[in-house]
Design a protein around this ligand. Structure first.
Ligand code: TTP
Ligand code: MG
Ligand code: MG
Length: 436
């Protein structure tokens, strides 16, 4: 049977090709059949593990299989994730634990074992990397995969490779995943979320506009609660409304975000899957025990993280030209802000000062649970931090930093503490590396 005949679907359990439109696989009887007119044309995928932490715990303790399981607790007292049984009772990620237990008193609560989840996440990732070199991880349990041009390698088109992958993860790792297959990143990610758990959703080019039209604007990448409220106050709720607006109008109203709204609402997204994103930036971040809002509390952490980033740059003899500030608010919304410098830097002080400028605009009373700082646009450090003739202060600071580096090299990194890192306060952890 020709595998690229779009009239043929396949079975997601035994992978047998399906002629006709029967409800069950003619081979194994499974109802999990996949049919789509563009099934053998699409190659951009997003894969996300189902109830990841909870799935790992269920795998390791079969007694939990049919019970509602909540992962979380600890100092923050919130739900990290809940299995799909607990979700039926209304338990959700980021919910305070006491509320979760009100909704589902019989739930088994397990505190997270991050080391284990990182290990399992890596196993899943290496299975992805066996499918294509173009794997771009987004978080511990998900990644984009571009399977373009891999048909010869696998002897199967991308859709079947993905289905086979999902079966293999269940068998070999013991957890389940959901897949989205489309022609662009935006819709691949949207698709993987549509039919969880054990989902496999295809969004083709021909249906993109019609699929998007009735969806809420929050489905668009980068549209969080705050921006959705702005749009709402302008009378815009659905993506379909954005589809009817012209680009100039959207740009005038919302700046660069307007351009994104214009393109994504029409299913236009030409971002490539880029596998080595981790190597493209050097950064450090930390999660607080209790959420922080004031710059008095955030600034010392920013300073400590800037020094960590700088130390890594210096060690690797590299420098970065764009400083990136990352904040995660109490409700898990991510804010990243960046600023390009005139020259690449590897100095803690320049990273910190730039980070401060970015941070000052974000200390608006929002409570943050995470702060990160880093640099991207990496290059070797040959042309980094040229003597700054205009800003005498910054030159002095650069010289001082050089002197501190020499002392630290001699006496260990705690020999010198700057005013900002000294006594970091009760809330700051030692910075954790983002890309270790
Ligand atoms: P997600 O992929 O967002 O969620 P999930 O895998 O638990 O469930 P889903 O089936 O909907 O994908 O996040 C992956 C893991 O990250 C999750 O298992 C736990 C952790 N996490 C938190 O610790 N806090 C959070 O608020 C969220 C959303 C996730
Ligand atoms: Mg997940
Ligand atoms: Mg995820």
């Amino acid at each position: 049977m020709p595998v690229n005949d779009p009239s043929h679907g396949f079975c997601r359990d035994c992978l047998a090709l399906q002629r006709g439109s029967g409800p069950r696989c003619h081979g194994c009887g499974s109802p999990r059949l996949l049919r789509h007119p563009e099934l053998y044309k699409l190659h951009l995928a997003h894969i996300d593990c189902d109830a990841f932490y909870a799935a790992v715990e269920k795998r390791d303790n079969p007694e939990l299989k049919d019970k509602p399981v909540i992962i979380g607790g600890g100092k923050r007292g919130v739900v990290s994730t809940a299995c799909y049984i607990a979700r039926i009772h209304g338990v959700r990620s980021a919910m305070p634990m006491f509320k979760a237990l009100e909704a589902c008193p019989e739930a088994v609560v397990i505190s997270p074992d991050m080391e284990k989840y990182v290990r399992v996440g890596r196993e899943v990732r290496s299975m992805m990397q066996a499918l294509t070199p173009l794997v771009e991880p987004l978080s511990i349990d998900e990644a984009f995969l571009d399977l373009d041009g891999t048909e010869r390698l696998h002897g199967l088109p991308p859709a079947l490779v993905l289905a086979r992958f999902a079966v293999a993860v269940e068998k070999e790792i013991g957890i389940t995943v959901s897949a989205g297959l489309s022609y662009c990143k935006f819709l691949a990610k949207v698709a993987s979320d549509l039919r969880k758990p054990r989902g496999f959703t295809v969004i083709g080019e021909a249906e993109a506009l019609a699929f998007l039209a009735p969806q809420p604007v929050t489905m668009i990448w980068g549209v969080g609660k705050a921006f959705a409220a702005t749009l709402e106050s302008d009378g815009i709720r659905s993506i379909g409304q954005l589809q009817r607006m012209d680009r100039g109008d959207l740009m005038r109203r919302y700046g660069t975000m307007g351009s994104r709204l214009y393109h994504l609402s029409r299913g236009q997204d030409d971002r490539q899957v880029s596998p080595d994103q981790e190597a493209k930036s050097v950064s450090a971040e930390t999660t607080f025990d209790t959420d922080l809002a004031s710059s008095a509390e955030l600034v010392p952490v920013l300073r400590a993280l800037s020094e960590k980033v700088s130390a890594r740059l210096k060690k690797a003899n590299i420098a970065g030209r764009t400083v990136v500030l990352k904040l995660k608010s109490q409700d898990f919304k991510l804010r990243t802000r960046n600023r390009q410098l005139t020259d690449p830097t590897r100095l803690a002080d320049r990273i910190f000062q730039t980070g401060m400028q970015l941070l000052s605009k974000e200390t608006d009373g929002t409570k943050y649970r995470l702060l990160g700082i880093g640099v991207s646009d990496l290059s070797d450090d040959e042309r980094a931090d040229p003597p700054d003739l205009v800003d005498v202060q910054s030159r002095k600071r650069a010289l001082a930093e050089g002197a501190i580096d020499v002392l630290r090299g001699k006496f260990g990194k705690n020999a010198v503490e700057t005013g900002y890192t000294f006594g970091k306060g009760r809330n700051a952890h030692p910075p954790e590396a983002l890309d270790d």
